[in-house]
Design a protein around this ligand. Structure first.
Ligand SMILES: *Cc1c(COP(=O)(O)O)cnc(C)c1O
Length: 360
């Protein structure tokens, strides 16, 4: 079989050891054995999120945890400030509106990072805003946001800061407690190197204060139900047992490499992809490129969709553009289990394919 290169910003390739761990017979979750998994997972997740708080785990894709962060902290007619610089920023606004939360949008040109002053201005103009929602990496534009500077400003207000770090966590620098992020969200199919189906929320004391006042309806995602069982390494409902077993293995691989080293490797691989794109005379889309994924402009005269399908025939899967960027960019992920070797092969195949698509 020809080697397949899955270089998309979720799902990402799964290491063999993780697949083998998930292939073992399933165990029951109300057992000491499973609780050991839960305990180890929480301890390692804390290191990855850089927090002392528990990391709550949900059986859903990342969007479930995004929704959880809204329903647990807000009430109908509350105002939320939402950074909108791409598809995932828009998703936060959609979730807020679905629950009757008023959205003050900070419109950011796609591919740019929001100016901290724009967030400061929105907070000044909306002193009653209860929360600010933003991404660490806006995956649709492959742009990393300056969460650290923005967190610093939000800290001085009564608003909480919710960061969708789903694609950025592990790849881009992130420090929940030191920066003062109130809710940090993760998702399993990105740098975690496991299949889709798990999402995570780490919750600060300030956020727990907001949770006490929140009146939006919630049941499955009620943070309190999860948090009060964390002490016993238990969960309110049947957890995604197989994924949790895979996660424990994947986290042990990350911990063996070291969290700092893991993130540093992403930075180097991202740099390699950006440099290689430059030597192919390709232009980056983002003005603030993430270390999780690189967005490259489709060169003039080339059909972006054709390029992606041509690459697919050779075993290389890149993500195209979303929304208005469809056909205009393609995105190469370099997160989690994606190796330098994979990237070198894929960029060589990209060079060949670009030449073919240009000729025809
Ligand atoms: C992948 C991703 C999500 C979650 O999407 P799901 O399909 O629900 O897992 C959310 N935000 C960002 C920035 C992402 O990259």
């Amino acid at each position: 079989m020809k080697k397949q290169y899955l270089l998309t910003p979720g799902p990402t390739p799964i290491p063999r050891d993780v697949m083998q761990a998930m292939a073992r017979p399933i165990i029951h979750h109300r057992t000491p054995e499973y609780k050991n998994f839960t305990r180890a997972i929480n301890a390692d997740l804390k290191k990855l999120f850089k927090t002392e708080k528990n990391v709550l785990t949900f059986a859903s894709s990342g969007t479930g945890a995004m929704e959880a962060s809204v329903v647990n902290t807000l009430s109908v007619n509350d105002t939320a400030i939402v950074v909108m610089g791409g598809k995932f920023g828009e998703r936060f606004a959609e979730i807020c509106r679905a629950y009757g939360v008023k959205v003050v949008a900070i419109d950011v040109e796609w591919g740019h990072s929001p100016a901290p002053s724009a967030v400061e201005k929105a907070l000044k103009e909306n002193p009653g805003a209860k929360a600010v929602f933003m991404q660490l990496c806006e995956t649709s534009t492959a742009t990393v946001y300056d969460v650290k500077s923005i967190a610093h400003m939000i800290k001085k207000t009564s608003a909480i800061m919710v960061v969708d770090a789903i694609s950025g966590l592990g790849s881009d620098e992130f420090n929940m407690d030191e920066w003062g992020v109130d809710i940090a969200i993760g998702g399993s199919q990105k740098a975690f190197m496991i299949p889709p189906g798990l999402s995570f929320c780490a919750v600060s004391n300030k956020a727990w204060g907001a949770i006490k006042k929140s009146a939006l309806p919630k049941y499955y995602y009620d943070f309190n139900k999860y948090e009060c069982l964390m002490e016993k390494s238990d969960s309110p409902w049947t957890p995604a047992i197989t994924l949790a077993v895979g996660l424990q293995k994947a986290l042990s691989i990350i911990m063996a490499e070291g969290v700092c080293e893991f993130t540093a490797r992403h930075a180097k691989d991202a740099e390699f992809v950006r440099k290689s794109a430059g030597s192919l005379k390709l232009e980056l889309f983002s003005k603030s490129p993430s270390n999780a994924v690189t967005a490259i402009k489709v060169p003039d005269g080339i059909d972006g969709e054709k390029l992606i399908s041509g690459l697919k025939l050779k075993g290389v899967t890149f993500a195209g553009g979303q929304g208005d960027l469809k056909g205009k960019i393609f995105r190469i992920a370099h997160m989690g289990g994606i190796t330098r070797h994979d990237l070198e092969d894929a960029l060589r195949i990209l060079k060949e394919t670009l030449e073919e698509v240009t000729l025809s």
